[in-house]
Design a protein around this ligand. Structure first.
Ligand code: NAD
Ligand code: DAU
Length: 340
């Protein structure tokens, strides 16, 4: 197997490469990343000496570069993580999201088609389904839930998913789509809720909680997500969508309470309620019954332990996140949070 992993220097992509290398999978791994603000070679540094791994810096939107890469490395499998991934940034400026998440996906699909790859897996998100009612806890997203994206980010991911679907129906390409809930764990970029809150508290700053803090997300440890993707790549049925989730719905207030407890901080001096995210989806919840019944996958990590592991990782890797929380990051933080 010659596997192309796009977005390999990002949060989930780097955890996926780490899993493949750690498990000793007999695959040649081509790790591709543009190294945008979210991509970080430090995420892969300790793996670089592994003879199975080749890192390439490049843009998935660059047709010539991608065509050459597929030929030179005889790519047989694709796991496509690369994306602009942050909802708040898509509200500030949506152009890069359309370019990478839609055009980039089309470029990869065409290269995969031209090279008759054996498997192409699109890593997507539960956000493409939109939002769920708060007062009907039994209602969850299934693979049949209609797409109803509410942010420029989720709209661009839904467009990517539609392209992938079309390549199955029109060209009979062996594609798979996974739609996962919120991940947490090591190497998570500190603009997202959990790493932002943990690192702000370590810096002695307050944590900005949007709106009333009662929006609900389903949280899954990143290693479980990576394992699910590998399971779908190996055993999934082409043309199918698989939802992936942690069966772990929590309000943002609850997440905040847990993080404060683990960090030894109190609510009144540490939490600042700020103006809500425009168009903020109220609740996400995944029905992961299909992947469990058909492919035998379910999460292995419990939130109460894995959040401790995650916080311990940030405490042990101050150099990693302090290097990120400077320069461009500070400009973004100012644009995002000043005056809210
Ligand atoms: P991330 O922002 O941490 O990583 C994305 C990576 O893609 C970065 O390394 C970036 O440099 C790279 N990239 C961006 N544009 C590129 C381009 N044009 N060409 C090549 N590389 C490019 O994101 P993440 O949280 O690791 O998410 C990975 C994927 O998983 C995304 O597709 C996202 O939609 C999906 N997803 C994320 C979550 C989550 O909770 N983080 C949940 C479900 C699905
Ligand atoms: O559901 C899967 C999605 O999860 C992925 O597709 C996205 O790539 C990923 O970024 C994530 O999106 P969210 O918008 O849910 O994640 P984020 O960490 O930005 O926010 C989580 C919740 O916390 C959300 O309800 C908004 C809230 N929040 C977030 C930030 C950054 C705050 O209250 N304050 C904040 O400062």
């Amino acid at each position: 197997m010659n596997i192309l992993v796009t977005g390999a220097a990002g949060f989930i992509g780097s955890n996926f490469v780490r899993m493949l290398v750690g498990r000793g999978e007999q695959a040649k791994i081509v790790a591709l990343d543009k190294l945008t603000y979210a991509g970080n070679l430090a995420n892969l540094q300790d793996l670089m000496k592994d003879p199975r791994l080749t890192f390439l810096r490049g843009d998935i939107c660059d047709e010539q570069f991608i065509a050459k890469l597929f030929k030179e490395h005889r790519i047989t499998h694709v796991v496509h993580f690369a994306a602009e991934s942050h909802v708040d940034r898509s509200i500030l400026s949506s152009g890069p999201f359309i370019q990478t998440n839609v055009v980039g996906t089309q470029v990869l699909l065409d290269a995969a088609k031209a090279n008759s790859v054996e498997r192409y897996l699109q890593v997507s998100t539960d956000e493409v389904y939109g939002t769920l009612p708060e007062d009907q806890p039994d209602v969850k997203f299934t693979e049949e839930t209609p797409l109803a994206p509410n942010s420029p980010y989720s709209a661009s991911k839904a467009a990517g998913d539609c392209l992938v679907r079309s390549y199955f129906h029109t060209f009979h390409m062996p594609v798979l789509i996974t739609r996962c809930s919120n991940n947490y764990g090591p190497y998570h970029f500190p603009e997202k809720l959990i790493p932002l809150f943990v690192t702000n508290l370590m810096e002695g700053k307050k944590v900005p909680l949007y709106g009333d803090g009662l929006n609900v997300r389903d949280w899954l440890y990143v290693e479980d997500h990576c394992d699910a993707i590998w399971t779908v790549l190996k055993k999934g049925k082409p043309g199918e969508v698989y939802n992936i989730g942690g069966n772990n719905e929590l309000t943002n207030r609850r997440i905040t309470e847990v993080v404060l407890r683990e960090m030894g901080k109190d609510w009144d001096t540490s939490v600042q309620y700020v103006k809500d995210r425009p168009g903020h989806d109220r609740r996400y919840a995944i029905d992961a019954g299909k992947i469990k019944q058909e492919l035998g996958w379910e999460p292995r990590h419990r939130f109460e332990e894995a959040i401790k592991t995650t916080i311990a990782w940030y405490k042990a890797h101050e150099d990693w996140w302090r290097a990120i929380k400077s320069g461009e990051y500070l400009k973004y933080y100012q644009a995002q949070y000043a005056g809210r």
